[in-house]
Design a protein. Structure first.
Length: 293
């Protein structure tokens, strides 16, 4: 975009912004989606770029108005400039990408080689009768666009492995582990450590789940799985034995999305060198610290 176009966008943003009174009675300058979309078309730009420029001018995209009291406009802009990779778009990953899209993460990369089948309908947020047989990663990207067209989204319909991990993950501010087996998680952790990227781990079975955030210098998953190098029989995995009801992935994914938010904004207490364990049936939430081990 030329400097002249940039100037025009700034002028148009100031002109198109509206002053409204928010629910707490405060005056706010906002930009509605329809105006932002028209401006993106006029300036031959992306909606993502329009949102970024608006927030840099202190104009709040109307869709983020209810974020303002807990996430400042400066923090919302930081989210818009961020890049998050979600590995897996099933039970956990499907919920995570929808939450992060609504929150305004700037660029979401979704990696999943699988396709939806009927057994996914009980719990996976992106699984519908219409999506059966469709690519999970591509469906995720379409859902992101429908929820928040100001988010840039990239699908990878492949299985993450040692040959492609670095290319896919490079440049991310955070990576979300929404996988379903230990060997793949360990491979993902190894790649994020080498690239210096925080990893948000999540796992579940039945009404139980766990979350832990791993920074590159942390021992990480060995606290939970040891070396875990051998691939186990999936029929004997906790998910297969205990099942995966709908409530558990929704809760664990929410906790993972919150960890991503804390990482990017540099605020709050991150579950680092500690695992948050949830048993929804008993109502028990426990934290296990590994710092002194």
């Amino acid at each position: 975009m030329s400097s002249g176009t940039k100037h025009t966008m700034e002028e148009l943003l100031r002109r198109k912004a509206k002053k409204i009174t928010d629910p707490a009675g405060r005056e706010v300058r906002i930009l509605e989606d329809a105006e932002a979309t028209a401006l993106a078309h006029h300036c031959r730009s992306s909606l993502h770029a329009v949102y970024e420029k608006a927030m840099a001018l202190g104009i709040c995209p109307f869709r983020y108005l209810r974020n303002r009291d807990i996430v400042s406009i400066e923090e919302q802009l930081r989210l818009a400039k961020s890049r998050v990779v979600v590995i897996g778009a099933g039970g956990l990953g499907g919920h995570v990408v929808l939450l992060l899209a609504r929150m305004g993460i700037g660029h979401l990369i979704v990696v999943d080689y699988d396709r939806f089948d009927e057994t996914n309908l009980n719990r996976q947020a992106l699984s519908t009768s219409a999506s059966l047989g469709r690519s999970k990663s591509q469906t995720a990207v379409e859902a992101i666009g429908a929820i928040n067209p100001g988010v840039e989204a990239t699908p990878y319909e492949i299985k993450l492995d040692a040959t492609n991990a670095f290319q896919i993950l490079d440049g991310a501010d955070a990576v979300v582990d929404a996988l379903d087996n230990v060997p793949d998680r360990l491979l993902l952790e190894k790649a994020t450590k080498k690239l210096g990227i925080p990893l948000v781990h999540g796992a579940l079975a039945g009404f139980e789940g766990q979350v832990m955030t791993i920074f590159p210098e942390d021992p990480g998953l060995r606290y939970l799985y040891g070396k875990g190098g051998s691939r186990i029989d999936k029929s004997k995995s906790p998910e297969s034995v205990m099942g995966v009801p709908t409530f558990t992935p929704a809760l664990i994914a929410t906790l993972q999305a919150m960890e991503v938010l804390k990482i990017i904004l540099g605020r709050g207490r991150i579950f680092r060198n500690a695992m948050l364990y949830v048993d929804m049936e008993t109502g028990r939430i426990s934290e296990f610290s590994f710092e002194n081990r």
